[in-house]
Design a binder for this molecule. Structure first.
Ligand code: ZN
Length: 675
């Protein structure tokens, strides 16, 4: 429930030297992706001890890369290794179209941590032929190939080729909705052995104690497997369990980090995480999460572990991720103002009083600077994070919410120019608003979404927190977005000094509606439905307020020169509609109203208008922009003196995308090809 991805905007297709100032944000561009780099301002002025802490946490954050590949699909590691070997040992013309297509495919596999699109979830269609791949494989010494024990090259190809080339096999990473068995239909690796959705639900329903006021996040750190004899077994991801080869490395770096902890609280956080990686006990994980959320004093902070459950259609299994960061003190003043007024926002929200928190606890919000991204935060990166996810911990202990401003800044810098707003925004008036207020209001919406939105409201006593099942992610993101949207237009923000002008919010309203009704469609292939939770959420909100405001012409889709544009006629009424939908989204969560939640999502969030979709794709294609963006990390290095002592930690920003991916595959790869 807690990551916020960047809304879809455009960027300029510049060449490698395209620079803004002295720092070059653009690194690479291929398929539907652009790779950027981010700066880490303020790193140099940290103490050596803090830098060393960041260094070891960063190493720990890179050690788990293979885990995510394997979680996403059981063939991802073997395919990545095969392609990297082909890439390294290719003997013929590097300008060959087949080889170029293989390179693009490999770059996409790196980006998505597997063979399925990171956002659209569909399996990639390779641009090279099976015959070409066979020629490559046959030219390579068999001992360099990731074969199973005893497997020969022909058997290997027979096993792998359908996974790469047959679009019918493992076609979608996560199937989130529909009539079919969501577990069997999903190609990810959270469940195995042909276990059915019913069997999974029964297994965990029997574990859950409905009277437990501190419920365990069952299933969070394991694969559920149906063995050949029919027994159902949880294979826990821990030291000595599944993924032990990578987890031991993570633990070893965390153990080194302990020595550089800033204080005893932080030391306890790291030590508890180590204990959890060792015992795999979800009670220990909860203890860790509580310690972590209570550490608000340290400058350096991190996420490392099995965290978000978007990749599991049942919302239980968590993908591995890491971010390593430190506080941006100046920008944090802004979020302090928000969190200091959290109770005011809760009290004045349009939701029914029965669903309001009487006492808003511990909303700690800060703006951070990331120094390293790993696992499911890399290369596609969230711009805001709010954790922990367990509702009871949030209720009793609060949550920690962050806005990652060096990432939003890189997006903003890289987006200047490019012609996106010229193409899709209705008039100069809206373009001026966006130019003037876009960066401020984007960040503010993220702050409100993360630090107030997710944390607001209660679930009524006796309501199952999993009641909304596969619709929960979309509805939760919608609730948090609506909370932010509603308050963006409140006079309170001006009074608190958070916006420079009473009209600033209009920039965010316009961008949100344009994105939700139209421009985010550039990320979807023609004929496909909306799948990803954040995208569904945005369309749900935009379509709902558009429809409900139609009689009053609050928002219109107008034609000019045969092109469709979003036009907002009444910002005040639009705000009221956001408020109405917020009240309904909160009611659905508070009461666990599955049927109403299902209707909202299925009616507004899933289906795409094919005519508008085709138009948007056609207009977008002419701009030559990439709909998705991600980041390379800086290279973090220890500087040692003659005695071998570490005297400094430095950052290098010159590494390219392919270089970084190949280096990670060499230095941070510990799992077998099959797990
Ligand atoms: Zn969120």
């Amino acid at each position: 429930m807690s990551i916020l991805m960047m809304a879809c905007t455009g960027h300029k297709n510049t060449d490698a030297t395209g620079q803004k100032g002295t720092f070059s944000y653009e690194v690479d561009q291929f398929a539907d992706l652009q790779i950027l780099r981010y700066q880490v301002p303020g790193f140099e002025s940290l103490s050596l001890k803090q830098k060393q802490l960041l260094y070891h946490l960063s190493e720990a954050g890179l050690m788990g890369r293979d885990i995510l590949f394997d979680q996403n699909n059981r063939y991802n590691l073997v395919i990545r290794r095969l392609l990297e070997t082909v890439y390294a040992e290719y003997k013929w013309d590097h300008g060959d179209v087949q080889f170029k297509a293989l390179k693009v495919y490999l770059k996409r596999v790196w980006f998505s941590n597997g063979i399925h699109h990171h956002y659209g979830e569909d399996k990639f269609v390779p641009g090279f032929t099976p015959e070409f791949l066979t020629d490559c494989i046959k030219s390579i010494d068999a001992s360099h190939l990731p074969l199973r024990p005893g497997q020969n090259v022909d058997q290997f190809m027979e096993e792998i080729y359908p996974v790469i080339f047959n679009p019918e096999i493992m076609s979608k990473k996560t199937v989130q909705s529909g009539e079919q068995d969501l577990i069997l239909a999903s190609a990810n690796n959270y469940y195995a052995g042909g276990i059915t959705q019913k069997e999974v639900e029964k297994f965990y329903d029997e574990m859950r104690n409905p009277n437990d006021s501190t419920p365990i996040s069952y299933g969070l750190n394991s694969r559920l497997v149906k063995e050949a004899d029919g027994r159902i077994v949880e294979k826990v991801w821990k030291v000595g369990g599944l993924y032990t080869e990578a987890i031991e490395k993570i633990v070893s770096e965390l153990e080194k980090a302990v020595a550089f902890a800033e204080n005893d609280t932080q030391k306890a956080v790291i030590e508890k995480l180590i204990a959890y990686y060792k015992n795999g006990d979800l009670r220990t994980f909860d203890e860790y999460a509580i310690l972590w959320v209570n550490d608000t004093q340290s400058d350096v902070d991190f996420i490392n572990g099995f965290t978000e459950t978007y990749g599991d259609p049942l919302g239980m299994k968590a993908s591995w991720e890491s971010t390593v960061n430190f506080i941006n003190k100046e920008a944090t003043e802004r979020t302090k103002v928000i969190s200091n007024n959290a109770q005011w926002f809760e009290d004045h929200s349009p939701m029914d009083d029965r669903f309001k928190k009487k006492e808003v606890k511990g909303v700690t919000a800060k703006v951070i600077t990331v120094a390293m991204l790993g696992g499911d935060c890399y290369p596609a990166t969230p711009i805001g994070i709010n954790l922990p996810n367990a509702d009871w911990i949030r209720h009793i202990h609060g949550s920690k919410s962050v806005t990652i401003e060096n990432i939003t800044e890189a997006y903003d810098k890289a987006s200047q120019g490019g012609g996106f707003n010229e193409e899709f925004v209705w008039s100069d008036a809206e373009r001026e608003l966006i130019k003037k207020y876009g960066f401020i209001t984007d960040n503010l919406h993220t702050d409100l979404h993360e630090c107030l939105g997710h944390g607001s409201g209660i679930i009524l006593p006796g309501v199952d927190p999993n009641a909304l099942k596969s619709y929960s992610s979309t509805l939760e993101e919608a609730r948090a977005d609506l909370f932010g949207l509603y308050y963006m237009g409140d006079a309170k923000l001006l009074e608190l000094g958070l916006v420079p002008d009473k009209d600033a919010y209009k920039s965010e309203y316009y961008k949100f509606m344009m994105n939700g009704l139209m421009t985010q469609l550039v990320r979807i292939d023609l004929g496909k439905n909306m799948e990803e939770a954040h995208m569904r959420n945005r369309q749900l909100i935009a379509r709902w307020v558009y429809e409900k405001g139609q009689a009053d012409k609050v928002v219109e889709l107008k034609k000019k020169d045969n092109k469709t544009y979003v036009v907002i006629n009444d910002y005040i009424k639009l705000r009221n509609l956001f408020g109405q939908l917020l009240a309904e989204a909160q009611r659905i969560k508070s009461e666990g109203d599955y049927a109403a939640g299902q209707r909202l999502v299925e009616d507004y969030a899933v289906k795409v208008d094919p005519v508008l979709h085709a138009e948007v794709l056609e207009r977008y294609a002419r701009l030559n922009l990439s709909p998705y963006r991600g980041f390379v990390n800086p290279v973090m290095k220890e500087v040692k003196n003659a005695k071998g002592e570490v005297t400094d930690i430095v950052l290098d920003y010159t590494e390219g995308y392919t270089e970084q991916m190949l280096r990670y595959s060499k230095d941070y790869s510990f799992l077998p090809s099959y797990n």
